[in-house]
Ligand binder design. Structure first.
Ligand code: PHE
Length: 335
């Protein structure tokens, strides 16, 4: 009997190890431990026909064998599961490209503008988005009754505070703190109560520029902006100054660049004009200098303000400002 059991044990072990999948393993289990026809089960059943004095010993041995086989079956099953999982990793498959974030096109444009002016010796400063009426208008020579205020309908928090409509108030804040020479740009968000359309959004970005020193002239302004335009849009881009009006600069100009689509011959983007307006600029008005206690006889300065969305739209041929703020990855992924 003992020998027979040893044989069964060897047979079971061999079969268990040979098995390659869980189904065949189950078949081996049934072959040995199956309720009806299992080889071990049969031996167990036959014990009752043996001489009574042998029964306990044989019973014990068969039970041991049964547990042994059960243990081996389980172990093999665990190993098979592990092997199966490991086989799932197909190292020849191409890897999944991780989704890498990128800077928003407005941020990229801002960075580029900053880079260009930093190269010209300008520093970068910031200012509050919630401004007082004094800094946003009054100190910029736009008193309460001034019609130029109409163009910049604002979001007021109360009578005194509003969301700034332009970055120009930073000019005042810088001049109040520092004496000339001054060379700064001030990028940041601005707000106006404009109805949303393809070219208007109630929140937008501007970059303000200010240079104050002795003997600063309009040609300095022109040279500086020409350099900027060439770096931003390419050397072939032409620049033109049109007389204009801002309460805080005198003389004032609106600055155009030759249309980057048609190079000046006239197309849909420039409405047939061949030119695109990109910013406002001028020589700092003596009235503004007086507000910050600078002597207008001693110092001159130039200032400019550009819309970042506008620059970005022209640079990349984007025809709707709303695209910047919809967070549509199909749009953003292109930059
Ligand atoms: N702040 C003006 C605007 O928003 C632009 C500007 C800035 C004009 C500086 C002249 C000088 O329209």
């Amino acid at each position: 009997m003992r020998e027979e059991l040893e044989k069964l044990k060897g047979e079971a072990r061999e079969k268990i190890l040979k098995v390659k999948d869980e189904k065949s393993l189950e078949r081996v289990r049934i072959e040995f431990l199956g309720r009806k026809q299992g080889k071990i089960t049969k031996v167990l059943r036959s014990i009752k026909d043996m001489p009574p004095e042998q029964r306990p010993l044989i019973g014990e041995l068969v039970n041991q064998l049964k547990h042994q086989i059960q243990k081996e079956l389980e172990e093999r099953k665990k190993n098979l599961e592990k092997e199966e999982k490991e086989e799932y990793i197909d190292i020849t498959l191409p890897g999944k490209r991780p989704l890498v974030g990128r800077l928003h096109p407005i941020t990229q444009t801002l960075e580029e503008i900053k880079r260009i002016f930093l190269g010209l010796g300008f520093g970068v400063v910031g200012g509050p988005e919630v401004e007082t009426e004094y800094y946003n208008f009054e100190a910029l020579n736009m008193p309460r009754y001034h019609p130029a205020r109409d163009e910049q309908d604002s979001f007021y928090l109360d009578n005194n505070y509003l969301l700034r409509t332009q970055t120009s108030p930073v000019q005042i804040r810088v001049m109040e703190k520092k004496s000339p020479p001054i060379r700064i740009i001030a990028p940041g968000r601005c707000y106006r109560r404009d109805a949303v359309d393809a070219s208007h959004f109630p929140m937008f970005h501007q970059v303000e520029g200010l240079a104050v020193d002795k003997k600063i002239t309009f040609s300095d302004l022109k040279g500086c902006l020409t350099y900027f335009v060439h770096r931003m849009f390419g050397k072939e881009t032409r620049i033109r100054f049109r007389p204009s009006f801002f309460p805080f600069t005198e003389p004032s100009a609106e600055v155009d660049i030759s249309c980057i689509m048609c190079r000046g011959s006239g197309c849909r983007v420039c409405s047939g004009k061949g030119w695109l307006e990109i910013l406002g600029a001028g020589m700092v008005d003596p009235e503004v200098f007086k507000k910050v206690n600078y002597d207008p006889e001693k110092y001159q300065g130039f200032a400019f303000g550009m819309g970042v969305e506008r620059i970005c739209m022209l640079k990349y041929g984007i025809d709707d400002i709303r695209l910047f703020f919809q967070n549509d990855l199909r749009f953003l992924k292109q930059f």
